[in-house]
Design a protein around this ligand. Structure first.
Ligand code: NAD
Length: 490
């Protein structure tokens, strides 16, 4: 790896995200040589911590599976702490001084990455202070990394974007959707665009429907406070599910560059069919988990920090239509939920049967081909599965569904990179491919707002599915109406 020079400034440096995800991932970059001598990390947060205490917490957060204690300690020496209130202009001036001093000390090339690991309500404030207190370097690069959620509807996303774009240009902004950091998600364009036998059939002539599933077995756990303000539609569908849909359905980019890919995804999102209230009722299903059948697990409403009459959805299934020539008439079903029976992130692509079954003759009267399915499995084990019609010896012309399965060998899986590690490498190298741009946010929120607005008008009848199932009955009905069924977990 080529060594990068930069100062990281992490707002919310004492927080959960920073310790659970960022510091371990930064350590991987250190071990692999992306970061060596010429970098420093400034953690800022409200508490009064010493550099030493901060370094202790960093060392504790770094799992020592790839480094030795000495290496972890030398890594932690690059960390500095600055107590900071996001509203206090003085603190930004102190931060600026510290950053300049560390830049000289480490010869960090006048490069800075500002990382927002604070609550979203502070994003705008921090960005505007970075501007007014002149924290941006004139030479070198300045990059802003911003965590989800990026707004809670189109209006708030737009306000947030306006506030950060007064300070940062679009090519300096890295909006994180950590699903785009998953290796198998990044592989989707490769699988689509380098295999002629797939590229040739990637349209409504051959594809019957596409099913995108992001299922979790866990309940809301300790995140109820946040979840009550979000729900599955905002938390999973607007970002992760639609980003996967974008990679599956976008047109072929002219070249594999960040801007070409963003352009294609934006165009695709602009073609999502916007629903009327009535169409929302027909095409989207929401749910909330109750206890499981044996009542070992509590329902969502019984969780800590959840209102007894909460109407927050923990499950969404929807049918999405795309208004372009390639996908006219092909439903894209998306589904995500908590407390479902199995955990998975996957895309199941169902092909149309041959229009004319030439085997429906007396000669071959028992042949009934079934739909061919290509499954792109992102989690739990990444891989590709293809269900094909075939025959088995001794069984005449009776078709069986054969499965071709590609799964990376365990040895190579051991080398797989965690999402945050991959995304941080992209950030230090200045590659925006696996981040979302404003236009994608705009069009996905525009689509989601229609659904949210309708749901806010009508009281749901919750809870409506048992824990440890695949969601409400209406989710299966949604596909049945179209004579389809969920490939995964029915
Ligand atoms: P957290 O509550 O653990 O940390 C928040 C940080 O902000 C702390 O360091 C705190 O000291 C600091 N802070 C709070 N008020 C401040 C103020 N007035 N001035 C300066 N600093 C202040 O939160 P978190 O879970 O680390 O989440 C941070 C961000 O990351 C949020 O936007 C969240 O939505 C997002 N996120 C978190 C996770 C996760 O796994 N924790 C996952 C995805 C996205």
């Amino acid at each position: 790896a080529q060594e990068q020079r930069l100062i990281f400034i992490i707002f919310g440096g004492s927080g959960d995200l920073a310790h659970r995800k960022l510091y371990p991932a930064l350590f991987k970059l250190y071990v692999k040589g992306y970061l060596r001598q010429h970098f420093a990390v400034i953690g800022t947060a409200r508490r009064q911590w010493s550099h030493e205490y901060f370094r202790q917490t960093v060392m504790e957060s770094v799992v020592a599976d790839i480094g030795d204690q000495e290496q972890i300690a030398s890594f932690a020496q690059h960390f500095y702490y600055q107590s900071h209130d996001v509203n206090d202009a003085e603190h930004y001036i102190a931060l600026k001084k510290l950053s300049a001093q560390l830049n000289d000390q480490y010869s960090a090339g006048n490069n800075q990455v500002f990382y927002m690991a604070v609550a979203p309500k502070f994003f705008g404030t921090v960005a505007s202070h970075i501007n007014s207190e002149h924290l941006l370097n004139e030479q070198g690069f300045n990059r802003l990394v911003i965590e989800k959620p990026f707004g809670r509807d189109l209006a708030s996303a737009k306000a947030l974007n306006d506030s950060i774009s007064k300070t940062f240009a679009e090519d300096q902004i890295y909006r994180i959707d950590h699903y785009l950091g998953k290796e198998m998600v990044q592989a989707l364009p490769i699988i689509r665009f380098t295999n002629p036998l797939l590229a040739a059939v990637w349209n409504n002539q051959y594809i019957s429907n596409v099913q995108i599933t992001l299922s979790e077995t866990l309940g809301v756990g300790e995140r109820a406070g946040y979840y009550e303000t979000a729900g599955t539609l905002r938390d999973m569908i607007q970002n992760h599910a639609l980003q996967i849909l974008g990679l599956i359905a976008m047109d072929r980019p002219a070249e594999f560059t960040a801007s070409a890919i963003h352009d294609q995804k934006s165009k695709l999102f602009s073609q999502l069919q916007l629903y009327s209230a009535e169409q929302v009722d027909q095409n989207f299903v929401r749910g909330q988990y109750g206890p499981d059948a044996k009542e070992y697990q509590q329902g969502y409403r019984e969780a800590d920090n959840v209102a007894d009459d909460s109407n927050t959805e923990t499950f969404v299934a929807g049918k999405i239509l795309i208004d372009n020539d390639t996908w006219q008439g092909v439903p894209f079903y998306v589904r995500s939920g908590k407390r479902l029976r199995r955990k998975a992130t996957r895309v199941d692509i169902v092909f149309k049967p041959e229009a004319n079954n030439i085997f429906a003759t007396k000669l071959a009267k028992i042949v009934r081909p079934r739909p061919v399915v290509l499954s792109l499995v992102i989690e739990p084990k990444q891989g590709i599965q293809l269900l094909l019609n075939a025959t088995t010896p001794g069984n005449g012309l009776r078709t069986t569904l054969d499965e071709l399965r590609f799964q990376p060998p365990a040895a190579s899986l051991a080398d797989s990179q965690e999402a945050y590690e991959k995304l941080l490498i992209d950030i230090v190298e200045g590659n925006q491919t696996n981040f979302t741009n404003w236009s994608e946010q705009y069009y996905t929120w525009r689509f989601i707002d229609r659904i949210r607005k309708r749901w806010d008008e009508v009281q749901p009848d919750f809870p409506n599915y048992c824990s440890n199932t695949f969601g409400p009955e209406a989710s299966d009905q949604l596909l049945k109406k179209d004579s389809h069924e969920w490939i995964f977990g029915t």
